[in-house]
Design a protein around this ligand. Structure first.
Ligand SMILES: Cc1cc2nc3c(=O)[nH]c(=O)nc-3n(C[C@H](O)[C@H](O)[C@H](O)COP(=O)(O)O)c2cc1C
Length: 332
């Protein structure tokens, strides 16, 4: 079958949907460039968060999530795409090229996942345990394995150790003014709009205490519909990679997106959690608890939301004109 190219409107609508992907602190560190035969995905070095993500690992994971969202968006339009990952060794910002568009039948799964992009959001409130979890986990493992990434379900007995480590790390980082300044710029800060985590997406002071496995964001205004929700009962997933290469990170972001969308399509609430994988000591602890030889990249809390369906806010995104270009933008 011969390849074609979607028209400009279809391309823009797919990229807009791709930009709904999760990213570290909603930094949206991606740039899309349209070429004659497809699209290129670049990371945006101006959006690196050095105090949190010194090597740009989570920047690439975030771009991987956007790449998977793009694939889902095109599939729902009836396009198969071919992705070339890390196509130019010397160009560290060029993460993927997307081309060879071929028409395909739109399956119910394609539509289900594209719809999930519109409803998925990061929910930082406490969850109750996910229903039918034992039936869902093999499926989530397969979704991730298809992308070459291991998904581990952490045993219930690891919860206390993870929560203790999380609290200790928050204490340590409370004394790090550079990390705190970066966190406060990117979260709960009205001037950062349309990027960053808005205060409506951050739990209120009282609700924060119910979720110990959480980054030390400032308090926000998000509250549960049930004022007496107890301690968080989320299941805890972990994505691991064989190594710490940029390709591993990109693939991990793709798997993160695929898992989050699958959960969202089942009505499950999710929250990626990465503060524990940012420091060597806590990353090692997560690895030991997981009984998986791979390198821990992203933890994911999964459960049933404790608020009304419509409650968690949709976080803003930058306009398309700031992320989609005809030519590659020149560095500042
Ligand atoms: C690599 C990565 C790391 C993240 N780390 C955290 C985290 O540690 N804690 C958290 O609450 N959310 C985390 N998130 C979620 C982002 O804050 C969220 O995706 C962003 O604010 C956009 O909001 P949305 O997911 O609701 O669209 C992370 C997301 C990504 C992709």
């Amino acid at each position: 079958m011969t390849s074609a190219m979607p028209d400009r409107t279809s391309l823009e609508s797919a990229v807009a949907l791709a930009c709904r992907a999760p990213s570290l602190h909603n930094s949206q560190p991606w740039r899309w460039v349209v070429g004659r035969f497809g699209l290129s995905l670049f990371s945006d070095p101006d959006r690196l968060l050095p105090a949190t993500d010194d090597f740009g690992r989570q920047m690439v994971i975030s771009c991987g999530a956007a790449l998977n969202h793009l694939e889902v968006a095109f599939a729902a339009q009836g396009w198969d795409i071919e992705i070339d990952r890390m196509p130019a060794r010397a160009d560290r910002e060029l993460l993927a090229t997307v081309g060879m568009f071929r028409k395909r039948e739109i399956s119910p799964d394609d539509t289900r996942l594209a719809e999930a992009i519109k409803v998925r959001r990061t929910d930082r409130l406490p969850f109750t345990a996910p229903p039918s979890w034992d039936d869902i986990t093999p499926h989530l493992r397969a979704v991730s394995a298809q992308i070459g990434i291991s998904l581990v379900v952490l045993p219930e007995r690891s919860r206390t150790a993870l929560e203790d480590a999380s609290l200790r790390l928050s204490g340590l980082r409370g004394a790090n003014p550079i990390y705190q300044a970066e966190l406060r710029w990117w979260s709960g800060h009205p001037d950062s709009f349309p990027q960053g985590v808005p205060e409506e997406a951050l739990p209120s002071a009282s609700q924060r205490r119910s979720v110990s496995l959480a980054r030390d964001f400032p308090s926000g205004t998000s509250t549960s519909a049930d004022p007496v929700v107890g301690h968080d009962q989320a299941a805890i997933l972990l994505l691991t990679t064989a190594a710490d290469s940029r390709l591993d990170w990109l693939r991990c972001g793709e798997a993160l997106s695929a898992v989050l969308l699958d959960c969202a399509s089942r009505g499950l609430a999710t929250c990626p959690v990465t503060h524990l994988t940012e420091m060597p000591a806590t990353r090692t602890l997560v690895r030991d608890l997981s009984s998986d030889a791979g390198l821990p990249q992203v933890l994911i809390r999964v459960g049933t939301a404790t608020h009304e369906q419509t409650a968690p806010t949709t976080t803003p995104r930058r306009p398309l004109s700031e992320v989609l270009f005809q030519d590659r933008p020149t560095p500042h």
